[in-house]
Design a protein around this ligand. Structure first.
Ligand code: ADP
Length: 166
């Protein structure tokens, strides 16, 4: 089951929240910074043991001070129009690998931000379409929420996927 809602992902009470991380896994701006601030310094300490993460892949840690038990860190592509097919495959892989890790760790409820749609520049409508389609394909056994952070995205989303917006 999939739904889309507006909110701050760091506040979600789910089994796992997904972080749009960078390949160092050592923290950054945007949702990554917000998750590290809310989880506390132990999250960064665990991330330091992971040896980074490739674009399109995902790694899991505990959630520490978050309400979520786990954080799944995935690294989206930095968008480039000239490599758009490759970017799309990498973005699909982020969702697929994150969902696989969630299932392997017994999670039933997962919340995603819109990966790559911030600083990494993926066009928002395209990013949303990839998110919904990939979660529909690979997240069947999970309750998945896509968490949007801004009002402009909610308007686009209602046009595209009105029936999923909660
Ligand atoms: P990326 O580097 O993958 O583009 P960003 O963190 O810059 O990652 O942005 C990814 C998405 O997460 C953007 O749509 C941004 O608006 C959103 N975002 C930022 N902070 C939060 C938050 N606290 N909760 C949910 N989404 C957030």
């Amino acid at each position: 089951m999939i739904s889309i809602t507006k909110g701050d992902i760091t506040k979600f009470s789910v089994d796992a929240i997904v972080n749009a991380a960078n390949s160092s896994l050592l923290g950054g701006g945007g949702v990554d910074g917000a998750i590290h601030r809310a989880a506390g310094p132990e999250l960064l300490a665990e991330c330091r043991t992971l040896g980074g993460c490739e674009t399109g892949n995902a790694k899991i840690t505990k959630g520490y001070n978050l309400k979520a038990s786990y954080v799944i860190h995935t690294v989206g592509p930095i968008y480039s129009q000239s490599r758009k097919d490759e970017c799309q495959r990498q973005l699909q892989s982020c969702y697929k690998k994150s969902l696989e890790l969630a299932v392997q760790n017994g999670c039933k409820t997962v919340a995603f931000p819109l990966i790559s749609a911030g600083v990494y520049g993926y066009p928002k409508k395209e990013a949303l379409k990839v998110a919904v389609e990939t979660i529909e394909e690979f997240g069947k056994d999970l309750q998945v929420t896509i968490v949007l952070f801004s009002d402009d995205l909610i308007d686009i989303t209602k046009e595209m996927f009105g029936e999923l917006v909660k």
